[in-house]
Design a protein around this ligand. Sequence first.
Ligand code: SAH
Ligand code: SF4
Ligand code: F3S
Length: 458
Amino acid sequence: MNDDKLTYFIETFGCQMNDRDSQTIGGLLEQAGFSPAEDPLDADVVVVNTCAVRQSAEDKVWSRLGQLAYECRSGNVPVIVLAGCMAQLPQTINRIKQKAPYVSVAVGPGHIHRIPELVHQVLEEPSARLVTAVAPSRTEAHRTESTQMLPEELPRIKVPGVSAYVTIMYGCDNFCSYCIVPFVRGPQVSREPRFIMREVEALVNQGYAEIYLLGQNVNAYGLDLDNETGFAQLLESIDGIPGIQRIRYATSHPRDFTKDMVDTIKRASHICEHFHLPLQSGSNRILKQMHRGYTREDYMELVQYIKEQVPGASVTTDIIVGFPGETDEDFEDTLDLIEQLRLDGAFTFIYSPRAGTAAARMANQIPRKVKSDRLQALVKVQNEITQDINKSLIGTIQEVLIEEPDLRNPQYYRGRTRTNKLVVCTSEGPRPGDLVKVRIEQAGTWHLKGPVPEAGQD
Ligand code: SAH
Ligand code: SF4
Ligand code: F3S
């Protein structure tokens, strides 16, 4: 610990968007004179960047906050900042006031640039009540135009690794009926292309091999801007940046993924052949109630087009089981579609009611046991498919971007194929940032394994 400087520690929950925001929070605190602490218990300021997408995500945050407060009881209690999506929920603010008075600051995702100022406020007046900076609350009926866009050119800490996140848009306007994100992240606002290009160029110049573009619905990028740039044009421009090795993006919305975008990806050199297309359900009835705006037939057509146009592409998905009113037949439709599609992988979730969303108000909430049985059945089917697909890659040569040493066997390295499959390289040669060819010799559900052939072999 540095004696003459105040220190900070950030703990991040939730999605890549929060990981990216935490880099900005770190950058801002360092710009304000704080230095990073090795351990939260040594820090003067602990920022907990939170997620509200499911109840389990919120529970994790509350239990971590309780633990922090307990551990800090003997020593100096740091300034605890609750940042991110949970801070936008009125019930979070109430609960802090009633049960978690050790939280000093609550700041929503659109106000993280104010963290240093808010922390100073608390340091100057430690006994003050909770300090908050949040956007006006948003409801479906009252979709305030108060955006949660951050100012441009905020500092960010440089994180180790080969991949750098770039937020291309904030918020979401879709109001899928189960989802809290539009409420906590505000309306969709796209960043101006010139700012995105400048940020990507700077990251590539710093040596990041992979650029990961982030937004809640990247396919709708630019629709809220006056200029002509949509997602396809943005991808094309970024693909042309000298020195860039790989481009990834998340998350896509099947309704807004146009053929034009697929064609751009096919033509481009650096955009990875991995399509993450959240399906959510295979039942048209449920899809309609989720307000997803596509049918299972539309989804199948999109996947088919991708497979035809981009040979070797991988496709992954997200599925929610136990949406209100989901019958056995609806769930069978999901299983059936998953069996037909044979996707490379799926993130599977048990539906979690989120206060304020339309689905939380629906009748016929599904009992816990039914939900968990459905999840198990779905995971079993998908894991077998994933394993089959991965096994079919045995004997092939894959281009792998090396990321980091493998935790269990530090002499080996982990990396990813362009199709986003994890590969453990069983040779000692490569280093993070290297693009190597790996001959796949083993395959399971979670990773592929194989040696980097010696020069002259293969
Ligand atoms: N904008 C992205 C990410 C949303 S959150 C998208 O549209 O895909 C990531 C995933 O969490 C979603 O795809 C969905 O499958 C899941 N999810 C969202 N709300 C949920 C809820 N209330 N209960 C369970 N899973 C949920
Ligand atoms: Fe949520 Fe739907 Fe927006 Fe994704 S597109 S963040 S699931 S409302
Ligand atoms: Fe969670 Fe907010 Fe991301 S709710 S999933 S951290 S946008």
